[in-house]
Design a protein. Structure first.
Length: 263
C-alpha cells in the first residue's frame, strides 16, 4: 500500500503567474485533454451534470502514490466545468492533490489548482493549491470556511457568469505505455475500491451549491453513474450515508500494471 498522509478539504494559494512547465511535462496536458477519449490517461470519475452549479466541495484522503516516470502523474481532484470538448469550448476549474516529478521536482503529493477556457488547447495554467463570491463575479477557493484564493471572471468565457453545468470528483493518471505496456503508476492508495475505506482512497462529503447558493449533497443521478476508463486497472464505487459526515462519497484507485491491466 502507498503512504497514507491524512485528509484535506481543498484550497488554493494563488500566485501571480502560471507555473512554467518543461516540454516533457506538457505530456500531462495530452492526458488531460483526451482523458475521456483515449489511452493516454486513465480516469475514475463520479459526475454530476446537466444541472446548474455555483460551487462544489469535498474532503479527500491524501496518499503518496508511486508514479513510474517523471512525466507521468497521479492525482485526485474536483472538476467544475462548462462547455465541451467537441467544439473546444470547455471551461474548467480544477483543484486537488497531484504527484508529478516533472512539475514539482519530487515524488510527493502537492496541492494544485488549474484552469483552462478552451479544452486544454492554448489556455491552461497551473497554480499552487470553490465557492463563488456572488458580489465580485469570481470563483473563490475556500479552506475550512476561509476564502484563500480566487479565479477572476476574466479568465473564462463560459464560467465567467459564475454558473457551471458539470461537477466531477475523481482520480486520474497518465499512462505513457513504457516499453509498450501499461504504466505501473498507482492511483490513490494502489488498492481497488473493493478494498474499502480502510485501505482504498476515498473522496467524501461530496457537495454542490445550487443557484440559491445552498450547499447540498452531490446528486445520486442514475444517469450519471461513476465510471472508469479502464476498470481492469483502476476502478470506483459510489456510496451514500446521509446520516453521517460521509454523505455522498466514492472509494477508488488501482495499482496499474498487472496480469489484468496491460496496454
Amino acid at each position: 500500500m502507498e503512504n497514507y498522509l491524512g485528509t484535506v478539504l481543498f484550497f488554493i494559494f494563488l500566485w501571480s503567474s502560471c507555473l512554467q512547465l518543461s516540454e516533457s511535462a506538457e505530456f500531462g496536458f495530452a492526458g488531460r485533454k483526451y482523458s475521456r477519449f483515449d489511452a493516454t490517461a486513465n480516469v475514475v470519475d463520479a459526475p454530476a451534470s446537466h444541472h446548474e452549479f455555483r460551487g462544489a466541495s469535498a474532503t479527500f484522503s491524501m496518499w503518496q502514490p508511486y508514479v513510474e516516470l517523471p512525466s507521468e502523474f497521479s492525482l485526485a481532484q474536483i472538476w467544475i466545468t462548462a462547455g465541451n470538448y467537441q467544439d473546444n469550448s470547455l471551461n474548467s476549474i480544477e483543484v486537488g492533490w497531484q504527484v508529478c516529478e516533472e512539475i514539482y521536482g519530487d515524488n510527493l503529493p502537492h496541492l494544485f489548482v488549474f484552469w483552462t477556457r478552451d479544452a486544454y488547447n492554448s489556455t491552461h495554467c497551473y497554480k499552487y493549491a470553490y465557492l463563488r463570491d456572488a458580489g465580485n463575479e469570481i470563483w473563490v477557493l475556500a479552506l475550512d470556511g476561509e476564502n484563500v484564493g480566487y479565479w477572476p471572471a476574466s479568465l473564462f468565457n463560459l464560467l465567467n457568469d459564475g454558473v457551471a453545468t458539470n461537477v466531477d470528483w475523481g482520480g486520474e493518471i497518465v499512462n505513457s505505455e513504457p516499453d509498450g505496456r501499461h504504466t505501473k503508476t498507482v492511483m490513490g492508495s494502489g488498492q481497488f475500491a473493493e478494498a474499502g475505506l480502510k485501505s482504498a482512497a476515498y473522496i467524501r462529503s461530496m457537495k454542490t451549491r445550487n443557484l440559491q447558493n445552498e450547499e447540498v449533497a452531490a446528486p445520486l443521478d442514475p444517469n450519471n453513474r461513476p465510471f472508469a476508463t479502464k476498470s481492469s486497472c483502476y476502478d470506483v464505487r459510489r456510496f451514500s450515508d446521509p446520516s453521517s459526515v460521509w454523505g455522498t462519497y466514492i472509494v477508488y484507485g488501482g495499482a496499474g500494471l498487472s496480469s489484468k491491466c496491460q496496454v
